[in-house]
Design a protein around this ligand. Structure first.
Ligand SMILES: [Zn+2]
Length: 478
């Protein structure tokens, strides 16, 4: 009898164990956790919907999120906190889902420590410097730091737990409390800029410039970087740049100063040199490319707005506001509710915009477009001629938009021979216009230009693109 009972118990235990094993390893178990691909990618990817037990090439999965850059590393984060970084060579690396190991990496080539199980996140880290999605920390003369969301993630791995608060509840049996922490990636800004007493301008992706007095934290958020103030209360989302000791002037001054001068009964001309950075201005002054500008008082350093492209800078100059107010965030926006041209029209004053061959914004201006009539590859000479011809009309406000410094900057770089030669030609245009205009002249730019491998570009919150010259002078023969 006793033997039978032992045998029955053993059989029962074996059956139970087998059943549990089968249940746990059911190939069609319903719930598959989400896996996230983030970091230096265009689209943050969450997915749990691919075929079970069918391994996928890791690179193909990553490419679905569109990595920003050719050269990148891949961080693999497991739910147990284990993290492995593998280099760009993801051939022979597969992603698999199994009931036992969750999302897991199967790797033929890399060392075995890369075989992370219960994978939670795949973070793409751009290895290129000054990548498209970099956040820049800069002053008016240099970029001190450039870091992408993925690079910040990696740097923040010695992560700080962010204390979110404590709550208590009193019951008959006593008081129970809970403290809540999140694993946000807070990276003290001070680690980048050192301990110094400065003012900072935080430039966010919506085009708003925020002024702060003491540095807070950078937070990694999937594929962007946010800013958190030192008191950990207020966040600024999707920041693109941090400018230390920001100038007090921006190119919106072109609007405000113009209206001020007009209010004083003076006529105003704005000379708008597209793509002319403060660093080009300074270089041209010191190296003899701008003898006329060099004879004038030194221009102030002024900021423009994100994204530093023509539509945005131009809109700031003619509305007196940044993109968060005027609604012009990049090249695809063009509708303005009001501008200096409509404001002056309402006052019964005469204004004119002398422009190249394309209307850039719907600004309500009385506009003269120009074409390259003499086919010399530049419309600036025609813009100049038109402006000189129109001087006799006696407009209350004229804006003259020259484009060629920007064109040359793109093709030959901000300090290319051809670009500097164009700056010299523009200097002559400026001299002629100033000498022949009786009124106030404002000289400024929409954005600057940084050097690239193939020439030049702009559109990032970095000193070369963001800092432009700003100068007001009296016109007329001196
Ligand atoms: Zn341009």
């Amino acid at each position: 009898m006793k033997d039978n009972r032992i045998i029955l118990t053993v059989i029962f235990s074996l059956l139970t164990a087998a059943l549990i094993y089968l249940l746990l390893n059911r190939p069609d178990r319903g719930y598959i956790p989400y896996l996230k691909v983030a970091g230096d990618v265009k689209n943050v990817l969450y997915f749990n919907n691919f075929e079970k037990n069918e391994k996928q090439v890791l690179k193909t999965v990553i490419e679905k999120a569109v990595p920003l850059g050719e050269e990148y590393d891949v961080l693999l984060t497991g739910s147990d906190g284990l993290i492995a970084k593998i280099d760009n060579r993801t051939d022979g690396t597969y992603l698999n889902f199994s009931t036992r190991n969750g999302w897991e990496i199967l790797n033929e080539n890399h060392p075995v420590s890369s075989q992370i199980k219960h994978l939670k996140e795949i973070i793409v880290i751009n290895r290129e410097e000054n990548a498209e999605n970099s956040l820049f920390i800069f002053d008016t003369e240099k970029n001190t730091v450039s870091i992408t969301p993925g690079q910040l993630y990696e740097k923040s791995l010695t992560r700080t737990l962010n204390f979110k608060g404590k709550s208590n509840i009193v019951r008959e049996t006593g008081e129970y409390s809970v403290s809540v922490y999140t694993t946000e990636f807070l990276y003290p800004l001070e680690e980048f800029i050192g301990k110094k007493n400065a003012a900072y301008m935080i430039i966010d992706g919506s085009g708003k410039n925020h002024y702060i007095r003491s540095p807070g934290y950078l937070i990694y958020k999937d594929n962007r970087i946010d800013y958190l103030d030192p008191g950990k209360k207020n966040e600024i989302k999707d920041i693109k740049g941090i400018l230390s000791d920001p100038p007090s002037v921006s190119n919106t001054g072109a609007y405000h100063d113009a209206l001020k001068f007009i209010g004083e009964g003076k006529k105003v001309m704005v000379i708008f040199l597209d793509g002319f950075s403060y660093s080009q201005y300074d270089y041209a002054l010191k190296n003899g490319y701008s003898p006329y500008l060099a004879s004038l008082p030194k221009a102030e350093k002024a900021t423009t707005y994100f994204k530093p492209v023509t539509n945005v800078g131009f809109a700031a100059m003619i509305t007196g506001t940044g993109p968060d107010e005027n609604g012009i965030h990049d090249r695809s926006y063009r509708n303005l509710k009001s501008s200096i041209f409509t404001v002056l029209k309402e006052k019964g004053l005469k204004s004119l915009l002398v422009e190249a061959d394309v209307r850039i914004l719907d600004h309500g201006a009385n506009e003269i477009l120009n074409i390259d009539r003499n086919k010399n590859g530049s419309i600036d000479d025609e813009v100049f001629e038109t402006a000189v011809k129109e001087l006799s009309i006696g407009y209350d406000y004229m804006m003259v938009h020259f484009h060629k410094i920007d064109d040359c900057g793109h093709s030959f770089g901000p300090f290319g021979k051809e670009t500097l030669e164009q700056i010299r030609i523009s200097d002559e245009y400026v001299e002629e216009l100033v000498r022949n205009f009786n009124g106030k002249i404002i000289i400024t730019a929409d954005h600057g230009m940084h050097k690239t491998e193939t020439g030049g570009s702009h559109g990032q919150a970095r000193y070369e693109d963001f800092i432009v010259p700003y100068l007001t002078i009296d016109g007329g023969a001196q």
